[in-house]
Design a protein around this ligand. Structure first.
Ligand code: FCB
Length: 463
């Protein structure tokens, strides 16, 4: 280490881990009685997935989970966040449990525990049983109750070994990309549907939370929300107003009701929502205390009166066109702490798809750009901790290259490359960097830091 290097040490109990989700890595689409999910069906619709691919095989993780856990152990992960596939556990959405489906998660959890890795399951990461979509999906008020029953079936089997239960992953994306823009399954394109779905998702969180509290009283209750730090393009009143609406929609719509503040009223009015789906008792269920807030954050957005401002040539961006802007995550964490004061917070997803086009002599991908991304975001987490923000850990997205939803297999988020022909896993240089950081419980900052763009307009999280 040169004299100018600065080493950042993390708290002793800081959790270092990685995240994945069922549909993106598992494969085994109809193995052992698994039913189809909305994503199995969506992938088969013409033009929905950029490369025409699907999740039938993906990373073949159901077959290879033992090797995968061994790899996690070699990297030194403290925790592994994965999701449970509802249609694998309950192919018909409600009623009978598919024992072999649940057996898989039982084995996975034991394998993780045996390797000293904390399993962090998410109960819903977007793969709704198709039969439930045919009954209305998240537009139906019955689905949250079905979700609570499914949660109970999972708790019955795994409840004795799980410390933290996460109900939903990113309700914003489910409601807005699944029901408003139609980019994701089930592909609806209606603002009104999005609002209905958003409330039913929150209700599902509340009902499942109640079951978790009563059936696994020693475990912690968590939800994972995504946030996109938002700045107005200029100081003009029009840009400001447009950015406020997006900020409320993207960053406040879910965290507000969870913390007892109700849905952001001005934005509800902006969308013309009459709250007709909200019934007596719903908001109390939704605002029951959680123990951990999971935070997913990838990029910053600049909003003008005409919508999102595209990145200029000077902007550092990833292969999906998302701006790389680590300072924004620092502001986000301080804002959440200040505004909502959650008991505990964790980055449950952060990472980036990069070109991955440089290889070393041994064939491994040399991804300095991904290392810089993860390092500089972790640096922000470190500063937030120093400022008193209760950050308990960081989970990189993702352990593996995998099926990136509507983008298919194009974007590579993994710190481990997957050869889809052979299913060989090859750690990239970022995996080595991450593993070393875990071992040292910290890392050195480079002598020459990456220069990111400054603020464009006033960041709405500064206010
Ligand atoms: C998040 C999702 C995750 C992954 C990343 C890139 O929105 O939760 O499954 O696709 O984006």
């Amino acid at each position: 280490m040169s004299s100018t290097d600065q080493f950042l040490s993390f708290p002793d109990n800081f959790t270092w881990g990685a995240a994945t989700s069922s549909f993106q890595i598992e494969g085994a689409a109809d193995l052992d009685g698994k039913g189809p999910s909305i994503w199995d069906v969506f992938c088969r619709q013409e033009g929905k997935i950029k490369d025409g691919s699907n999740g039938d095989i993906a990373c073949d993780h159901v077959r290879l989970y033992r090797e995968d856990v061994a790899l996690m152990s070699k990297l030194g992960l403290d925790a592994y966040r994965f999701s449970i596939s509802w249609p694998r556990v309950m192919p018909t959405g409600t009623g009978a449990v598919n024992a072999p489906g649940l057996d898989f998660y039982d084995r996975l959890v034991d394998e993780l525990l045996g390797a000293g890795i904390t399993p962090m399951p998410t109960l819903y990461h977007w793969d709704l049983p198709q039969v439930l979509a045919e009954q209305g999906g998240w537009l139906s008020r019955d689905i949250p109750y079905a979700f609570a029953d499914y949660t109970e079936a999972v708790l019955d089997r795994l409840g004795d070994r799980i410390g933290t239960w996460t109900t939903l992953n990113e309700p914003y994306v489910i409601a807005n990309l699944g029901y408003v823009t139609g980019e994701m399954a089930p592909g609806h394109t209606s603002q009104a549907d999005g609002l209905t779905a958003s409330h039913h998702l929150m209700l599902a969180h509340g009902l499942a939370g109640e079951r978790i509290r009563s059936l696994a009283p020693d475990s912690r209750l968590a939800i994972v929300l995504n946030f996109t730090p938002t700045e107005p393009a200029t100081d003009s009143a029009e840009d400001h107003q447009a950015a406020e609406v997006i900020h409320d929609t993207d960053n406040r719509w879910y965290i507000d009701p969870i913390h007892g503040k109700g849905y952001p009223a001005e934005t509800a009015e902006h969308y013309g929502w009459d709250y007709s789906e909200v019934q007596d008792g719903d908001m109390e269920l939704i605002s029951q205390p959680i123990d951990l807030l999971g935070i997913n954050c990838y990029f910053r957005q600049i909003i003008g009166a005409d919508g999102a401002v595209p990145n200029g040539p000077d902007v550092i961006q990833n292969t999906m066109g998302w701006e790389v802007h680590p300072p924004s995550i620092g502001k986000l964490l301080r804002w959440i702490h200040r505004e909502y004061n959650p008991k505990s917070m964790m980055i449950t997803e952060n990472g980036c798809p990069m070109p991955d086009d440089v290889r070393g002599d041994d064939g491994h991908i040399i991804d300095h750009d991904r290392i810089a991304y993860v390092r500089d975001h972790l640096h922000q987490v470190h500063s937030a901790i120093e400022d008193g923000v209760p950050m308990e850990g960081y989970l990189v997205w993702s352990l593996f290259d995998n099926f990136e939803w509507a983008w298919g297999y194009g974007p590579t988020f993994g710190i481990v490359e997957v050869d889809y022909e052979t299913q060989e896993r090859r750690p990239k240089m970022s995996a080595d960097w991450y593993s070393a950081a875990i071992n040292a419980n910290g890392f050195s900052l480079p002598e020459t830091p990456v220069q990111y763009r400054g603020s464009i307009g006033p960041n709405l999280m500064d206010q």
